[in-house]
Design a protein around this ligand. Structure first.
Ligand code: EPU
Length: 420
């Protein structure tokens, strides 16, 4: 038996939805917290399976994890032990690689299994390794496990060939206790990086330039516990905006930083979606005729690859031919055959797809091959005639906080069921 999500399409959405704390910030903030000597309280942790997996990894490290009566997560590394992370739980998510930087930074030693996560084509971690080596670490890889050790970490200048989110955050964490200054050039500029640097600075680190492409980290001797509120999830906000663009009668999306999703809102504007953008909310009214657009994913502040898959589902409803190119993950098109099964007219090429719309979609049995493919199928299900049954929804639950409950509250006919 497995759990599936079922959606009876065609219901218009109406009401308010509140966006949760950022998944991709949370999954870095939790490992970052172990760099402190005392308890770190994190506010706004989303209720997603990736957080449960990270809590299990913290338990292996003898770190206390509790939720207080306000629902805040308290991570207390006071009695922490640097255990080898060779348990299978590490392979459940990509972000377990942040324990590389955090444990190397704190103890000068880490042994950890190769991280897992969504398959989006090859996802090497050579730049993370290059950064650790520049700080003086030795890295060995043997039968699926990395061993990284350093007698002493010393700051250096590190140029990232690609502005990788993961490598930028991992190097920041490894460098907080390093001797002298570390400079990351061509650093990634995503808002999640600023959030992690903010947490580390509240703990006592000396990080400057997060959010620009040059970050400096001056090593310190001590980091203490602190209190931190996570930024809203720009990808969840973007997902609901795309869902609303297709199906809203009148939807208000709350707890958004509109600046974080400007590449999306300007694209939706081009498509013909009517939005009223407030300080921390976005209101979407009944869509008029939707027009085809071309989209190319880019590092922040460009169009986010994580929103490419949900957007593709919306583009099936836009009049004309849309072209979507993913320059970050050339193989991130596994949602397309699933959308085709539902009636979409999509041709997939090398690192891109072409969508002819509008197409009539019909409910079918489809599979969420990865997290954002799942979101794309949820949208297709809301649009389609009949019932859509989405399989492998563990991908969706890894990263979306109660997407079905939030949609139900907006009037969608969506429910969970068990199937063979
Ligand atoms: N890359 C390398 N070498 C490296 C690191 C990255 O070649 O050492 C390449 C990747 O293969 C990719 C590009 O650089 O082509 C960018 O990868 P990046 O390192 O920025 O991605 P990531 O840190 O592994 C995070 C998010 C992803 C999101 C990407 C891009 C987390 C846990 N994951 O991944 O989120 O797609 O940045 O913005 O923060 C998702 O939420 O669905 C998701 C996959």
């Amino acid at each position: 038996m497995q759990e599936v999500i079922k959606i009876r399409g065609g219901r218009r959405l109406r009401g308010e939805v509140t966006i949760s704390g950022s998944k991709n910030a949370t999954v870095a903030l939790i490992p970052a917290a172990v760099l402190a000597s005392g308890p770190v309280t994190i506010v706004g942790v989303p209720n997603i399976d990736d957080v449960d997996s990270l809590a299990r990894i913290l338990a292996l490290l003898n770190v206390d994890v509790n939720t207080d009566r306000n629902g805040h997560l308290i991570i207390d590394p006071t009695n922490m032990k640097n255990t080898d992370l060779d348990d299978d739980i590490v392979t459940k998510l990509r972000a377990s690689y942040y324990f590389m930087g955090a444990l190397l930074g704190k103890y000068g030693y880490v042994r950890i299994k190769m991280p897992g996560g969504c398959y989006l084509g090859p996802r090497p971690i050579d730049l993370h390794i290059k950064g650790f080596e520049a700080l003086g670490a030795e890295v060995e890889y043997d039968r699926g496990c990395y061993t990284i050790r350093a007698d002493k970490l010393v700051g250096d200048k590190i140029f990232l060939d690609i502005s990788s989110v993961g490598a930028t955050i991992n190097i920041m964490m490894a460098a907080v206790y390093a001797e002298g200054r570390t400079t990351i050039e061509n650093a990634a500029k995503e808002p999640e990086i600023i959030d992690v640097a903010t947490l580390l600075n509240k703990m006592g680190a000396r990080i400057k330039g997060a959010g620009t492409n040059i970050i400096t980290i001056d090593g310190v001797h001590h980091l203490e516990g602190c209190f931190h509120e996570i930024i809203p999830d720009r990808i969840e906000a973007g997902t609901f905006l795309i869902l609303a663009a297709a199906m809203a009668d009148d939807v208000r999306i709350l707890n958004v930083i509109p600046k974080h999703i400007e590449a999306l809102t300007s694209k939706l504007d081009e498509i013909g979606v009517t939005m009223d953008i407030g300080i921390d909310s976005i209101h979407v009214s009944t869509p008029e005729k939707l027009k085809a657009v071309d989209v190319t994913t880019k590092p922040y502040p460009g169009f986010a690859t994580d929103l490419q898959q949900p957007l593709t589902a919306l583009l099936t409803q836009c009049e004309g031919i849309s072209r979507v190119e993913d320059t970050i993950y050339k193989e991130r098109f596994k949602h397309c055959p699933e959308l085709q099964r539902m009636g979409a007219d999509i041709e997939v090429g090398n690192g891109m797809c072409e969508i002819k719309g509008p197409a009539k979609l019909y409910g079918d049995k489809v599979t969420a091959t990865d997290l954002r493919c799942g979101a794309s199928l949820v949208l297709a299900g809301l649009i389609a005639d009949g019932v859509t049954e989405i399989h492998d929804i563990y991908h969706i639950d890894r990263g979306y906080d109660a997407i079905d409950e939030k949609l139900k509250a907006l009037g969608a006919d969506i429910w969970r069921d068990q199937t063979e």
